[in-house]
Ligand binder design. Structure first.
Ligand code: G6P
Length: 469
């Protein structure tokens, strides 16, 4: 079997500095890699102007190869083009974009630096799997350097419609770069469609049979692979979490009160302001919930030095202060808002304790918290997932209580419904969601993507008949 080289900006090591604030990429790819093994290449998470040598470290069956970033690279590539242009754009917030040519060239420069390091380790039989919006041009750079290995790309975020994509200068280069991969994976049909329409209408390319796209002499295959979680293993992890001190203390502090839980990086895509407003309305309009519920929101700071994130943190502090000031009593706190992360096992046990799981992003590629919340529940007494229809997970988890995250009153009503839902309905909804998650777990995700990538790159006759779109 060929060796797998996974490339992503953020590399998750089990005891990494970023612990507790990892996003879906680190969690999902880690789970997939733990089984398959291979090389995981990416940023060390450190900014250092002097030491640019790649570090190699083997843990279990994964060899981590990481590089530091210079301050200017961090500013232009990570803070700049990746997180102040592509992230807001892909999450439907073009008004938050801060575009500059300098950041774009820093972004390409870091992709070239990654390519240079990768060229030192790629063997002819390796399979290369590149992840996320930080590294869109990397496949093209590797191809131009002569790499002929199978190269796949998976986008963990949403992909915008052409109308939105057009708001970024040089948008055609984003589409064109993606066409250099053998296989491009998206989270949902809508993302896939956005890309296909971009290639057809934005570039003048065409859609061929078998999910293939062509533009000039470039061909690629684009499909949907919804990322998932370790469905089998997570209940055992939640069991272990129940023995932690943090879990015990939370359990004891609740008494008979019902717990609502939200776990999100502190990011404007997560819809926290409107979620807090919905909770405020729930308490304001329904006296019966006063003193009977506790909402725990765990939100580790993320990308704190990007301005939009700093502004958001202040806004959420105000909303939290308003809720506490309005409803708290000397012996009851309606909201516990924490800007730090916890170990995964502790979080999973907390999910299990929560009567309601709140996942209400304004836009999200998938959202693995939604899936983890479901998997962590007790089969005989499961909690209720309140899920935004704008999270990728809503395509599969349609038995959740689905909400529009812009509709604050609607969300307040959904919270009341979730808190009062009878046991038989909770069990029915949970079983329905579990049947999806048992089939579509993280290993199925990895196998179907890599299986397709290897199949597509076997020498074969390519059917290039154009389909009418
Ligand atoms: C999302 C992105 C990932 C990213 C993660 C955490 O899940 O899709 O690529 O790694 O957020 O963000 P950070 O900027 O800390 O890596």
């Amino acid at each position: 079997m060929s060796r797998l080289i996974v490339v992503s900006n953020r590399v998750a090591k089990t005891d990494g500095a970023n612990k507790g604030s990892e996003g879906g990429l680190a969690v999902g790819v880690m789970a997939a890699m733990e089984k398959a093994g291979g090389v995981w290449f990416g940023w060390s998470g450190k900014v250092d102007n002097r030491d640019e040598t790649a570090k190699h470290e083997v843990r279990g069956n994964i060899e981590y190869v990481t590089v530091n970033m210079r301050q200017s690279e961090y500013n232009q590539y990570y803070k700049g083009y990746a997180n102040s242009v592509l992230w807001p754009l892909f999450h439907q917030r073009p008004e938050l974009m801060q575009y500059s040519d300098r950041d774009l060239s820093g972004y390409i420069q870091v992709n070239k630096k990654f390519a240079e390091e990768l060229l030192k380790i790629i063997a002819p039989t390796d399979t290369i799997w590149i992840h996320d919006y930080h590294l869109i041009p990397l496949g093209k750079i590797l191809r131009e350097a002569g790499v002929r290995n199978p190269i796949g790309f998976f986008l963990h975020t949403p992909f915008p419609s052409l109308d939105l994509l057009r708001t970024v200068p040089g948008y055609k280069n984003v589409l064109e770069a993606l066409l250099h991969y053998d296989l491009v994976g998206f989270q949902t049909e809508a993302d896939h469609l956005g890309f296909c329409m971009g290639v057809c209408q934005g570039l003048g390319g065409e859609i061929l049979k078998h999910d293939r796209l062509r533009y000039g002499d470039r061909h690629c295959t684009a499909r949907v692979y919804p990322i998932s979680v370790e469905t089998q293993a997570l209940p055992g992890v939640a069991d272990r979490g129940e023995t932690t001190q943090e879990y015990q203390r939370l359990y004891e502090s609740l008494g008979d009160r019902k717990l609502l839980i939200g776990v999100d990086r502190l990011d404007y895509s997560k819809g926290l302001v409107r979620r807090f407003q919905a909770y405020d309305r729930l308490l304001g309009h329904n006296n019966e919930f006063l003193r009977q519920v506790v909402y725990l929101q765990i939100s580790p700071t993320s990308r704190g030095d990007v301005q939009a994130y700093g502004d958001l943190a202040k806004r959420i502090d105000r909303e939290a202060g308003h809720i506490i000031g309005t409803y708290a009593d000397f012996d009851w706190m309606p909201l516990r808002y924490l800007n730090r992360g916890f170990r995964r096992k502790t979080i999973l046990a907390m999910y299990r304790l929560a009567h309601v799981g709140l996942v209400t992003p304004l836009k999200d590629g998938m959202n693995l918290v939604a899936k983890e919340y479901v998997v962590a529940q007790k089969p005989e007494d499961p909690g209720v997932l309140v899920l935004s229809e704008l999270a990728g997970a809503a395509d599969e988890l349609d038995a959740a209580v689905i909400v529009n995250p812009y509709d604050v009153d609607g969300m307040a009503g959904a919270l009341a419904k979730a808190l009062q839902m009878p046991l038989d309905e909770r069990v029915d909804r949970w079983k329905s969601m579990m049947s999806v998650l048992k089939k579509q777990d993280i290993h199925a995700w990895q196998q179907s993507f890599l299986g397709d990538l290897l199949h597509l790159t076997k020498p074969q006759t390519i059917d290039s008949t154009a389909l009418k779109y």
